[in-house]
Design a protein. Sequence first.
Length: 85
Amino acid sequence: MPSKTVTVGSAVGLHARPAATIAAAAAEQSSPVTLTAPGGEPVDAGSALMIMTLGAAQGTEIVVQGDDQAAVDAVAALVEADLDA
């Protein structure tokens, strides 16, 4: 299963606005994608609420995983981006 470890880029972490953007993009993918914070359980990247439960601040490493490499790459790019800029 393809995975990629990325660092949260949003200045205030994965709060409501970045989580909603990531969830919308994940929901458009052809296969499910999950996000996992260190020591945590994987959550559905298609759910903004589940993303916010990660409690991921800027600089937190997140593992993005799914069945499709393109989907993983698309979601990982958003996690790395500063979506508050």
